[in-house]
Design a binder for this molecule. Structure first.
Ligand SMILES: NC(=O)c1ccc[n+]([C@@H]2O[C@H](COP(=O)([O-])OP(=O)(O)OC[C@H]3O[C@@H](n4cnc5c(N)ncnc54)[C@H](OP(=O)(O)O)[C@@H]3O)[C@@H](O)[C@H]2O)c1
Length: 237
């Protein structure tokens, strides 16, 4: 049922993120239709008929499923937010499709507002330590055992933000996959007598789900391909 002031959302993917987004969307008064893998082999459930009346789709699946889903959603004319990671080599092709169809797509590997502020703080930290070679710099990232990609896309973003301020360092990344950790990223500068760390710890998937919903509320009326930062800070994604 359509919520009082809500949108009609299709949530593609019924995994940890899809379920979290669906629960939060319902709390906010959106009407939710969840599409899981079994009914959607090769994106087959994402037809114009099945999606009639849907304002925005939110896609959280897997690297081997996301591109077919996006192609179908764009062809059906549905503005789409995807948080699925591990498909960046396919982005140019998807981008051309969105542009040729006049569609709207927002993609991002991390939809937490706190992470994006943390990345900016990391760039600042890196600029402060740029002229201090006695400190060794490294990144540690930890996630739950089921996370498939490694290092995380957020760790790669952290390295590239730090390298914007200090290209002389490599910022090597160590990845841990164990237990149920929702996601931890730490940038450390370690010197002979002191150690400085800046860390972000995701306490719950709701931070990512809230960002995905904010993106879904923003996307209609913004044709083209956008990153999460474009929505958050009003910049090119
Ligand atoms: N952007 C962000 O902020 C953010 C945050 C967290 C996670 N992520 C990324 O989001 C993705 C999903 O994460 P997750 O933790 O939710 O993973 P997950 O629990 O493994 O869920 C993925 C779900 O997608 C389903 N699926 C696979 N192919 C599908 C298809 N064609 N149509 C519909 N559903 C399909 C899977 O079904 P089966 O289990 O039946 O195969 C599974 O339920 C990952 O790439 C992860 O890295 C991004």
């Amino acid at each position: 049922m359509r919520g009082p002031h809500g949108m009609r959302l299709a949530i593609v993917g019924n995994g940890k993120m899809g379920r979290t987004v669906a629960a939060l969307a319902e709390e906010r008064g959106h009407a939710v239709h969840v599409i899981g893998r079994e009914e959607n082999v090769g994106g087959g459930a994402l037809t114009r008929d099945r999606l009639a009346g849907v304002n925005v789709a939110i896609e959280f699946t897997r690297p081997d499923a996301v591109v077919a889903n996006l192609e179908r959603l764009i062809q059906a004319g549905v503005p789409t937010v995807t948080g699925t990671t591990g498909w960046s080599t396919e982005l140019p092709r998807v981008q051309r499709l969105v542009e040729s169809r006049g569609g709207a797509l927002l993609h991002g590997s991390n939809f937490s507002v706190g992470v994006h502020l943390f990345l900016r703080a990391a760039r600042e930290l890196a600029s402060r330590f740029a002229a201090r070679p006695e400190f060794g710099a490294f990144i540690l990232e930890e996630h739950h055992a089921a996370k498939r990609d490694s290092p995380s896309a957020t760790a790669a973003a952290l390295r590239s933000k730090a390298r914007e301020a200090d290209a002389s360092r490599e910022f090597p990344i160590t990845s841990v996959r164990a237990g149920f950790i929702p996601g931890t990223h730490v940038l450390t500068y370690d010197g002979p007598d002191e150690s400085i760390s800046l860390s972000h710890v995701a306490r719950s998937r709701r931070a990512f789900a809230a960002g995905a919903l904010a993106a879904a509320e923003w996307l209609p009326g913004h044709p083209g391909v956008h990153g999460f930062e474009a929505m958050l800070f009003g910049e090119a994604g």
